[in-house]
Design a protein around this ligand. Sequence first.
Ligand SMILES: [Zn+2]
Length: 244
Amino acid sequence: MGFRGDAVKVESVQLEALIELFDKQTELKKIRSEHEVLSSGAHLIQKQDDILAVAQEVSAQRSKVEDIERETKRVAGDLELVEKRIEKDLALVNQSTNPKDIQGIQHEMETLTKRKDELETIELEMMESIDDETSKLEQLLEHKRVLENELDSAKAASKSDLASLEGAILELEDKIGKLRASAPEDVLAIFDQRALRGVPIGKLLKSTCGACNMSLTSTALNDLHKVPGDELARCPECTAILVR
Ligand SMILES: [Zn+2]
Protein backbone atom coordinates (compact mmCIF):
# COMPACT_ATOMS: atom_id res chain seq x y z
CA MET A 1 0.00 0.00 0.00
CA GLY A 2 1.12 3.51 -0.79
CA PHE A 3 0.72 4.83 2.74
CA ARG A 4 3.84 3.07 3.87
CA GLY A 5 5.84 5.52 1.83
CA ASP A 6 7.56 4.89 -1.44
CA ALA A 7 10.96 5.33 0.14
CA VAL A 8 11.08 8.67 -1.62
CA LYS A 9 13.22 11.12 0.33
CA VAL A 10 11.69 14.50 1.00
CA GLU A 11 12.46 17.41 3.35
CA SER A 12 9.68 19.08 5.30
CA VAL A 13 10.51 22.43 3.73
CA GLN A 14 9.93 20.82 0.32
CA LEU A 15 6.56 19.50 1.50
CA GLU A 16 5.60 22.98 2.73
CA ALA A 17 6.54 24.29 -0.72
CA LEU A 18 4.28 21.66 -2.31
CA ILE A 19 1.35 22.82 -0.16
CA GLU A 20 2.01 26.33 -1.37
CA LEU A 21 2.25 25.02 -4.93
CA PHE A 22 -1.17 23.37 -4.61
CA ASP A 23 -2.67 26.59 -3.18
CA LYS A 24 -1.22 28.65 -6.02
CA GLN A 25 -2.35 26.18 -8.68
CA THR A 26 -5.87 26.16 -7.22
CA GLU A 27 -5.91 29.96 -7.14
CA LEU A 28 -4.64 30.12 -10.72
CA LYS A 29 -7.41 27.80 -11.89
CA LYS A 30 -10.02 29.96 -10.13
CA ILE A 31 -8.64 33.21 -11.55
CA ARG A 32 -8.40 31.76 -15.06
CA SER A 33 -12.05 30.74 -14.89
CA GLU A 34 -13.04 34.21 -13.61
CA HIS A 35 -11.09 35.69 -16.50
CA GLU A 36 -12.89 33.43 -18.95
CA VAL A 37 -16.34 34.38 -17.62
CA LEU A 38 -15.50 38.09 -17.60
CA SER A 39 -13.98 38.13 -21.07
CA SER A 40 -17.04 36.34 -22.50
CA GLY A 41 -19.02 39.51 -21.69
CA ALA A 42 -22.00 37.40 -20.51
CA HIS A 43 -22.68 39.81 -17.65
CA LEU A 44 -23.18 42.66 -20.14
CA ILE A 45 -25.83 40.88 -22.21
CA GLN A 46 -28.70 41.70 -19.81
CA LYS A 47 -27.82 45.41 -19.93
CA GLN A 48 -27.59 45.33 -23.72
CA ASP A 49 -31.00 43.64 -23.88
CA ASP A 50 -32.47 46.27 -21.54
CA ILE A 51 -31.15 49.06 -23.78
CA LEU A 52 -32.60 47.37 -26.84
CA ALA A 53 -36.01 47.07 -25.16
CA VAL A 54 -36.01 50.76 -24.18
CA ALA A 55 -34.88 51.75 -27.69
CA GLN A 56 -37.93 49.96 -29.06
CA GLU A 57 -40.18 51.79 -26.58
CA VAL A 58 -38.56 55.10 -27.62
CA SER A 59 -39.25 54.36 -31.26
CA ALA A 60 -42.91 53.45 -30.58
CA GLN A 61 -43.39 56.55 -28.43
CA ARG A 62 -41.83 58.78 -31.09
CA SER A 63 -44.28 57.42 -33.69
CA LYS A 64 -47.14 58.10 -31.29
CA VAL A 65 -46.07 61.75 -30.86
CA GLU A 66 -45.68 62.13 -34.64
CA ASP A 67 -49.14 60.67 -35.24
CA ILE A 68 -50.75 63.11 -32.82
CA GLU A 69 -48.82 66.01 -34.38
CA ARG A 70 -50.05 65.01 -37.84
CA GLU A 71 -53.62 64.70 -36.57
CA THR A 72 -53.36 68.11 -34.87
CA LYS A 73 -52.26 69.70 -38.15
CA ARG A 74 -55.23 68.12 -39.90
CA VAL A 75 -57.61 69.50 -37.26
CA ALA A 76 -55.97 72.95 -37.55
CA GLY A 77 -56.47 72.78 -41.33
CA ASP A 78 -60.16 71.91 -40.88
CA LEU A 79 -60.55 74.74 -38.38
CA GLU A 80 -59.04 77.23 -40.82
CA LEU A 81 -61.49 76.15 -43.53
CA VAL A 82 -64.46 76.51 -41.18
CA GLU A 83 -63.30 79.97 -40.06
CA LYS A 84 -62.91 81.14 -43.68
CA ARG A 85 -66.36 79.83 -44.47
CA ILE A 86 -67.85 81.74 -41.52
CA GLU A 87 -66.11 84.95 -42.71
CA LYS A 88 -67.46 84.40 -46.20
CA ASP A 89 -70.99 83.80 -44.88
CA LEU A 90 -70.74 86.90 -42.74
CA ALA A 91 -69.87 88.96 -45.82
CA LEU A 92 -72.77 87.39 -47.71
CA VAL A 93 -75.22 88.21 -44.93
CA ASN A 94 -74.08 91.82 -44.95
CA GLN A 95 -74.48 92.09 -48.69
CA SER A 96 -77.74 90.18 -49.03
CA THR A 97 -81.16 91.84 -48.94
CA ASN A 98 -83.24 88.71 -49.42
CA PRO A 99 -84.60 87.64 -46.00
CA LYS A 100 -84.90 84.02 -47.11
CA ASP A 101 -81.25 83.92 -48.24
CA ILE A 102 -80.19 85.63 -45.03
CA GLN A 103 -82.05 83.03 -42.98
CA GLY A 104 -80.38 80.17 -44.93
CA ILE A 105 -76.93 81.67 -44.48
CA GLN A 106 -77.52 82.32 -40.78
CA HIS A 107 -78.57 78.71 -40.33
CA GLU A 108 -75.37 77.56 -42.02
CA MET A 109 -73.33 79.90 -39.83
CA GLU A 110 -74.83 78.36 -36.69
CA THR A 111 -73.82 74.89 -37.86
CA LEU A 112 -70.35 76.16 -38.77
CA THR A 113 -69.89 77.89 -35.41
CA LYS A 114 -70.86 74.66 -33.62
CA ARG A 115 -68.30 72.78 -35.74
CA LYS A 116 -65.70 75.47 -35.00
CA ASP A 117 -66.22 75.01 -31.24
CA GLU A 118 -65.90 71.24 -31.59
CA LEU A 119 -62.68 71.54 -33.60
CA GLU A 120 -61.19 74.03 -31.12
CA THR A 121 -61.92 71.64 -28.25
CA ILE A 122 -60.31 68.75 -30.14
CA GLU A 123 -57.29 70.91 -31.00
CA LEU A 124 -56.84 71.87 -27.35
CA GLU A 125 -57.09 68.27 -26.18
CA MET A 126 -54.56 67.19 -28.80
CA MET A 127 -52.08 69.85 -27.75
CA GLU A 128 -52.31 68.62 -24.16
CA SER A 129 -51.87 65.09 -25.41
CA ILE A 130 -48.74 66.11 -27.38
CA ASP A 131 -47.29 67.63 -24.18
CA ASP A 132 -48.01 64.43 -22.20
CA GLU A 133 -46.67 62.05 -24.83
CA THR A 134 -43.59 64.22 -25.48
CA SER A 135 -42.74 64.21 -21.80
CA LYS A 136 -43.13 60.39 -21.76
CA LEU A 137 -40.76 60.27 -24.75
CA GLU A 138 -38.23 62.42 -22.89
CA GLN A 139 -38.44 60.14 -19.85
CA LEU A 140 -37.78 57.10 -22.02
CA LEU A 141 -34.83 58.83 -23.69
CA GLU A 142 -33.42 59.72 -20.27
CA HIS A 143 -33.86 56.11 -19.09
CA LYS A 144 -32.03 54.92 -22.21
CA ARG A 145 -29.17 57.37 -21.56
CA VAL A 146 -28.86 56.12 -17.95
CA LEU A 147 -28.72 52.48 -19.13
CA GLU A 148 -26.15 53.34 -21.79
CA ASN A 149 -23.98 55.07 -19.20
CA GLU A 150 -24.28 52.04 -16.93
CA LEU A 151 -23.22 49.78 -19.79
CA ASP A 152 -20.22 52.01 -20.53
CA SER A 153 -19.21 51.93 -16.85
CA ALA A 154 -19.64 48.15 -16.70
CA LYS A 155 -17.48 47.76 -19.81
CA ALA A 156 -14.79 50.00 -18.35
CA ALA A 157 -14.91 48.08 -15.05
CA SER A 158 -14.61 44.78 -16.93
CA LYS A 159 -11.60 46.05 -18.79
CA SER A 160 -9.84 47.07 -15.61
CA ASP A 161 -10.87 43.83 -13.82
CA LEU A 162 -9.54 41.79 -16.75
CA ALA A 163 -6.26 43.68 -16.62
CA SER A 164 -5.82 43.00 -12.89
CA LEU A 165 -6.76 39.32 -13.35
CA GLU A 166 -4.17 39.07 -16.13
CA GLY A 167 -1.61 40.61 -13.78
CA ALA A 168 -2.52 38.09 -11.07
CA ILE A 169 -2.28 35.21 -13.56
CA LEU A 170 1.23 36.24 -14.63
CA GLU A 171 2.30 36.57 -11.00
CA LEU A 172 0.90 33.15 -10.09
CA GLU A 173 2.43 31.50 -13.15
CA ASP A 174 5.78 32.95 -12.18
CA LYS A 175 5.46 31.77 -8.56
CA ILE A 176 4.26 28.31 -9.63
CA GLY A 177 7.19 28.02 -12.06
CA LYS A 178 9.66 28.80 -9.28
CA LEU A 179 8.02 26.37 -6.82
CA ARG A 180 8.01 23.58 -9.39
CA ALA A 181 11.61 24.24 -10.34
CA SER A 182 12.71 23.87 -6.73
CA ALA A 183 10.67 20.69 -6.02
CA PRO A 184 12.38 17.26 -6.25
CA GLU A 185 11.40 15.63 -9.55
CA ASP A 186 10.18 12.30 -8.11
CA VAL A 187 8.03 14.03 -5.46
CA LEU A 188 6.64 16.45 -8.06
CA ALA A 189 5.70 13.52 -10.31
CA ILE A 190 3.71 11.91 -7.46
CA PHE A 191 2.13 15.29 -6.64
CA ASP A 192 1.11 15.91 -10.27
CA GLN A 193 -0.29 12.42 -10.78
CA ARG A 194 -2.32 12.64 -7.57
CA ALA A 195 -3.50 16.18 -8.46
CA LEU A 196 -5.26 14.78 -11.54
CA ARG A 197 -7.73 13.07 -9.20
CA GLY A 198 -8.21 15.78 -6.54
CA VAL A 199 -6.34 17.30 -3.61
CA PRO A 200 -2.76 15.94 -3.91
CA ILE A 201 -1.40 16.96 -0.51
CA GLY A 202 -2.66 17.56 3.00
CA LYS A 203 -1.47 18.07 6.53
CA LEU A 204 -2.05 15.34 9.07
CA LEU A 205 -3.95 17.07 11.86
CA LYS A 206 -4.07 14.73 14.87
CA SER A 207 -5.55 11.69 13.12
CA THR A 208 -7.29 13.48 10.25
CA CYS A 209 -5.96 13.73 6.68
CA GLY A 210 -6.12 17.34 5.52
CA ALA A 211 -6.63 16.24 1.91
CA CYS A 212 -9.67 13.94 2.30
CA ASN A 213 -10.73 14.90 5.84
CA MET A 214 -10.98 11.24 6.78
CA SER A 215 -10.13 10.18 10.31
CA LEU A 216 -7.43 7.53 10.14
CA THR A 217 -7.58 4.34 12.21
CA SER A 218 -5.01 3.81 14.96
CA THR A 219 -3.48 0.97 12.91
CA ALA A 220 -3.07 3.25 9.92
CA LEU A 221 -1.60 5.93 12.16
CA ASN A 222 0.88 3.44 13.64
CA ASP A 223 1.94 2.42 10.13
CA LEU A 224 2.35 6.07 9.22
CA HIS A 225 4.53 6.69 12.24
CA LYS A 226 6.84 3.95 11.05
CA VAL A 227 7.60 5.88 7.88
CA PRO A 228 10.88 7.70 8.57
CA GLY A 229 10.60 11.49 8.96
CA ASP A 230 12.63 12.17 5.83
CA GLU A 231 10.51 9.88 3.64
CA LEU A 232 7.33 10.62 1.74
CA ALA A 233 4.18 9.36 3.50
CA ARG A 234 0.75 9.02 1.89
CA CYS A 235 -2.78 8.90 3.22
CA PRO A 236 -4.08 5.30 3.31
CA GLU A 237 -7.57 6.59 2.48
CA CYS A 238 -6.98 8.95 -0.46
CA THR A 239 -3.26 8.40 -1.27
CA ALA A 240 -2.54 12.11 -0.99
CA ILE A 241 0.94 13.13 0.16
CA LEU A 242 0.77 13.64 3.93
CA VAL A 243 2.66 16.38 5.72
CA ARG A 244 3.32 15.14 9.23
ZN1 LIG B 1 -6.57 11.40 2.79
